[in-house]
Design a protein around this ligand. Structure first.
Ligand code: DQA
Length: 145
């Protein structure tokens, strides 16, 4: 099983951002952990960008992947373009947020990823990613991917 792990703007700054919301791990550390968790069950491809166009193009070029985990960062709340690109993806899409966006500012309640996501995991800091991957590995075990 081939899984994309996509991260949008400012997620390259994890470790320096507000620890109350985002914890203290860097994205590099989180990705390392995910790779360990996937073991031989899944092949992971990681991509982070601060650019909306680049993440859209990346999704378009990887539509053949089996599943996708995405933390779109602030593009979650603004990007119809990313929503439309994700709509083309056939496999499960797991939306991830380190913080609980529902318990934060009103502008974070708008979510353009939600309508195209199979499932959303939020508010568990770095564990949101692990939970998302665990869900996909279990889907595979149930022959649902
Ligand atoms: C975030 C939440 C977004 O509102 C914010 O813009 C981020 C990170 C999260 O992981 O909690 O950059 O997606």
């Amino acid at each position: 099983m081939k899984i994309l792990i996509l991260n949008g703007p400012n997620l390259n700054m994890l470790g320096k951002r507000d620890k109350k919301y985002y914890g203290s791990m860097t994205l590099k550390d989180i990705n390392k952990e995910l790779k360990k968790q996937a073991g031989k069950e899944a092949k992971l491809k990681f991509y982070q960008t601060n650019s909306e166009g680049k993440i859209v193009t990346f999704v378009q070029k990887h539509l053949h992947y089996d599943a996708l985990i995405i933390n779109a960062g602030a593009y979650t709340h603004t990007s119809i373009a990313l929503h439309d690109a994700l709509e083309l993806f056939k496999g499960p899409i797991i939306e991830v947020h380190l913080s609980n966006i529902l318990a934060r500012e009103a502008f974070r309640q708008v979510d353009y990823i939600k309508p195209v996501a199979t499932k959303c995991v939020m508010g568990l800091q770095e564990k949101s990613y692990y939970e998302a991957l665990s869900y996909l590995l279990n889907l595979k075990k149930c022959d649902k991917i």
